[in-house]
Design a protein around this ligand. Structure first.
Ligand code: PEP
Ligand code: MG
Length: 578
């Protein structure tokens, strides 16, 4: 049994066989074996070779009748794998050095590849890429199943990978994929956000976890405590099975408050809205008790299909959401592409610092055709209900005015063709950068509402990449700097009498709810599966005690002090969540 601590990003417990995917580009650590395990490791090498060869022959045959180079490539790989001296080099390495098959394959193949790469002959040096390809194929055999198998699962698994993209995660079949663990990522990376939306337990920032597993390993993912247990012993397994049952019971209990209002014990109503990435999630937002959509991340329309959505694709998506929430607020955020949300093809476009680069509203303002297409669809949908438009990552007043000017241009276009829209559509912005937070009073005079995007606001304020596992422990909302910024933005919004909500992940985090209410927040937008739990907290507290708590946090001087204080307070209110 091996217990690994990572960062909890999506609550719940998953217990299943591990499926390791994407062995691409990762380093295989040196792991020793006992002398008695030699025979088995050598056998694993042979089996991996044999399976790789069968796979390649099948691929080669699939190209039969076609005259193409792909067929030749497969044939070369098969010849290479049939070369006895090469296979022997690997098995001898296993036996002499007492290391795992994975380590031997990786070490020997990389040696050969770098030897090839160094030869001053273009044809031979290019063969290095083939060797890496063969290495990947063998490692995939050794470490688990191939990625394609995820799409054809027949049994329940937990996915273990170096990294998963948000769209890969969104594509998981929830009947079979019960949770995941990754080496990369942080609490507010978009993959984590998708996991929460899907209700998939997940833990990230687990160094080298993929190499600790075989395809036979049973894994427990504890998305509440941020723990992953590999090959649990019988007692641990039983404890976790009981814990999982308890959590399910708690969930069932919570579903009974679905239709009850989100009102504090002293009678203050709190608006709980859903964050969604796909239009069909609106159903879940409603089922879980959400009273509208506070953040629709429309960039997923773009990411998932891989092509640029047409105006009709946008319109259909917005119309679908509006059908579930007639007359209720639906906040459509314009495309927030860039950083970790890039279409696959653009992922290697080479911005050296994409988080500070051409992302979000900046990208839209430089791609006006795409931006206007989306705005036309939003405006057309605005007659269907209380549809609002929100611009992400606004950095200053000029950017907001530019975005609004484009919106007006699009309105004029629609006027020309007598297409109906709501001319008074509410226009809001996300407060996600320190510059926006510090000039909130100016920005408030030019828009109808703010939604505080704490995920990015924390990243930019603390200078901590939200998706980087190496600094994941530095990333925290419980920082005096964040407290001060939030307090000032909330104050400015209230003074200007504009709408205010919080839609970053803190809005769905049980530990932060009392603080947000105590600071004056009355609208929260969060991942739909978290709505019942957050409603339970709202219904258990008084604004008076929340105010008191917020005042106390205002006197604290460190992340640790704030975090512990908030956790203690939340644990007293809803112990089951912890
Ligand atoms: C945020 O930054 O807090 C936010 C809600 O937007 P996203 O997570 O999509 O960047
Ligand atoms: Mg953001």
């Amino acid at each position: 049994m091996e217990i690994r601590k990572g960062v909890a990003v999506s609550p719940g417990i998953a217990i299943a066989r591990a499926m390791v995917i994407d062995s691409r580009d990762y380093r295989i650590p040196r792991r020793s074996i006992l002398p008695s395990q030699r025979g088995r490791e050598v056998q694993r090498v042979h089996e991996a070779f044999d399976r790789a060869v069968s796979q390649l022959i099948a691929l080669e045959q699939a190209q039969a009748g076609r005259e193409n180079q792909i067929k030749d490539i497969f044939a070369v790989h098969v010849r290479f794998l049939h070369d006895d001296s090469f296979r022997r080099r690997i098995t001898e390495f296993v036996e002499a050095e007492l290391v795992t098959a994975e380590y031997a394959v990786s070490t020997i193949l990389r040696e050969i590849a770098s030897h090839f790469a160094g030869i001053d002959d273009e044809y031979i040096s290019e063969r290095a890429a083939d060797i890496y390809d063969i290495e990947r194929r063998l490692l995939t055999q050794l470490l688990g199943e191939v990625r394609q198998e995820v799409e054809h699962l027949k049994e329940q698994v937990v996915i273990v990978a170096h990294e998963l993209t948000p769209t890969q995660t969104a594509g998981f079949n929830k009947t079979f994929v019960k949770g995941f663990a990754t080496e990369a990522g942080g609490r507010t990376s978009h993959t984590a956000i998708v996991a929460r939306s899907l209700g998939l337990p997940a833990v990230v920032a687990l160094e080298d976890v993929t190499s600790s597993l075989t395809s036979e390993s049973i894994v427990i993912i504890d998305g509440n405590r941020g723990v992953v247990i590999i090959d649990p012993d019988a007692q641990t397994l039983e404890e976790y099975q009981n814990y999982a049952r308890e959590l399910t019971r708690f969930e069932v209990e919570l579903s009974s408050i679905r239709d009850k209002p989100a009102v504090t014990r002293d009678g203050v109503e709190i608006e709980l809205l859903g964050n969604i990435e796909f239009p069909n999630e609106a159903v879940m937002a409603k089922e879980k008790g959400g009273v509208g959509i506070g953040l629709y991340r429309t960039e997923f329309l773009y990411l998932y299909s891989g092509t640029e959505p047409a105006e009709e694709d946008h319109y259909e998506a917005y119309a679908e959401v509006s059908r579930h929430f007639e007359g209720r607020p639906i906040v459509i955020r314009t495309m927030d592409l860039g950083a970790d949300k890039l279409p696959y093809a653009a992922r290697h476009m080479g911005e050296s610092n994409p988080v500070l680069g051409l992302r979000s509203i900046r990208y839209c303002l430089q791609n006006l055709t795409m931006f206007k297409t989306q705005l036309r669809a939003i405006l057309r949908a605005s007659v269907l209900g209380d549809i609002r438009v929100m611009f992400p990552l606004i950095g200053n007043l000029q950017e907001l005015r530019q975005a609004k000017m484009i919106l007006r241009d699009v309105m004029e276009d629609l006027d020309e063709y007598a297409v109906p829209y709501n001319p008074d559509i509410k226009v809001g912005i996300m407060i996600e950068t320190p510059s926006a937070a510090l000039t909130a009073a100016l920005l408030a005079s030019d828009c109808n509402f703010f939604s505080i995007g704490t995920n990015d606001l924390i990243q930019y304020t603390l200078a901590v990449d939200r998706g980087n596992e190496h600094v994941a422990t530095l990333y925290s909302a419980a920082d005096p700097a964040i407290f001060n910024l939030l307090r000032s933005v909330i104050h400015d919004a209230n003074k200007a009498r504009i709408g205010l909500s919080v839609c970053g992940e803190v809005a769905g985090d049980p530990e932060y709810i009392m603080l947000l209410l105590g600071m004056g927040v009355r609208t929260l937008s969060l991942a739909p599966p978290m709505i019942p739990e957050i409603k339970q907290i709202v219904r258990s507290v008084t604004i008076k005690e929340c105010n008191h708590l917020a005042r106390k946090v205002g006197t604290m001087d460190s992340q640790r002090q704030i975090k512990n204080f908030l956790r203690d307070a939340a644990t007293r209110i809803i112990p089951e969540a912890f």
